[in-house]
Write a protein that binds this ligand. Structure first.
Ligand code: ZN
Ligand code: ZN
Length: 354
């Protein structure tokens, strides 16, 4: 089924048009990524508006929408009203999670159609990925795995967290990344107890853990992975915590299959950490959905009530964080299948000591 047909299936008595403002839904509906623009979908016609910076790419790449240019004389609201009149639209479903208050107020004042919040319905189609989307995500993750194998040859005691962060970014782009899923997280030594710490000028030393969490963008889709390595040596306590996190992740992956709820996957991993006595040091969820956004529904966390379906993609990232001492996180990305999952992150997970 074409993505546009999924959007068209939302049209009926409640709304007879959709206003797509987020980059994600425009990309999804048009199956082509344009950084800025607005699109309108109806059964009588679909139009895609963007400005002079993107118009040529949009006209070349977008098939199922009429592509028109906005400029000072033709603001989005005017072009939208023309479409509303031409297609006889009375009520537009819009993405309340992706509009500023100012934009919303402007549309309410200017548009000749009622606005109905429909973020949940519009974004819901993205939970189960199409085969072509899975191919891009697999490819993005393979590039990140390759980048990580190169990063491993560059990590050295004496470099700062920021210097290592720069090496990671370089390797991600060099291996085909078109952007970053997020600023890479690089933390070392006692900073590794900060799950989402920011890279600092701290010098990496012998006996440190170094946690690296990073991802690249490819054709508008994200990869995401985390590895924790030791520099020089690891104490028995470091090894014990590392192996507990690894066993928790493997337990989560073993519980991953279509038909279970996200929270059941989380619970399988969380039990391993709790049984080892570290329950209070695993504060975040086991996994989040990802695709066009690095964090999107559905989640595998303690409140994850979604029954997982084949084609859903989530991270698998338990962690243990001991304040003032050190922390460990290991993160892969998995695709849910009918009887299990496909782990698309191939980098090794046994403790690497550099
Ligand atoms: Zn991550
Ligand atoms: Zn993640």
């Amino acid at each position: 089924m074409k993505n546009l047909d999924k959007y068209l299936s939302l049209l009926g008595e409640q709304v007879d048009g959709l206003l797509l403002t987020s980059r994600y839904s425009r990309h999804y509906g048009a199956e082509f990524d344009i950084a800025e623009g607005v699109a309108i979908v109806s059964k009588k016609g679909c139009r895609y508006f963007t400005d002079s910076r993107y118009i040529e790419a949009a006209q070349n790449g977008i098939r199922d929408f009429e592509v028109l240019m906005t400029d000072r004389e033709h603001p989005y609201s005017q072009l939208l009203n023309e479409a509303i009149a031409d297609f006889g639209i009375t009520a537009l479903g819009y993405e309340e999670n992706y509009l500023t208050v100012a934009e919303f107020n402007e549309y309410v004042a200017d548009l000749n159609a009622k606005l109905i919040p429909m973020h949940t319905e519009i974004s819901g189609f993205r939970h189960v990925k199409e085969p072509w989307e899975l191919d891009i995500i697999r490819q993005a993750q393979a590039m990140a795995d390759k980048a990580f194998s190169e990063v491993l040859t560059r990590i050295k005691a004496g470099m700062t967290e920021k210097e290592l962060q720069a090496e990671i970014i370089y390797c991600l782009y060099k291996n085909g990344g078109e952007g970053l899923s997020f600023d890479p997280i690089v933390v070392s030594g006692p900073n590794t107890s900060l799950p989402h710490g920011v890279a600092t000028d701290r010098v990496i030393r012998e006996g440190d853990f170094v946690t690296m969490d990073f991802g690249l963008m490819l054709q508008g889709y994200c990869s995401d992975m985390t590895r924790t390595v030791a520099i020089g040596y690891a104490t028995d306590e470091m090894k014990k915590v590392y192996n507990t996190v690894l066993q928790a992740q493997l337990a989560g992956i073993a519980a991953t299959r279509a038909g279970v709820k996200g929270k059941e996957v989380d619970a399988a991993a969380r039990k391993v950490i709790a049984d080892a006595g570290y329950g209070e040091y695993f504060g975040h969820g086991y996994g989040h959905g990802l695709g066009m956004e690095v964090h999107e529904a559905p989640n595998c966390n303690p409140s994850g009530n979604t029954v997982m379906q084949p084609g859903m993609v989530t991270s698998a990232e338990p962690g243990i964080y001991l304040p003032g001492k050190f922390g460990v996180r290991i993160e892969d990305v998995v695709i849910f299948t009918a009887d299990g999952c496909e782990n698309i992150t191939k980098s090794p997970k046994d403790l690497i000591i550099i």
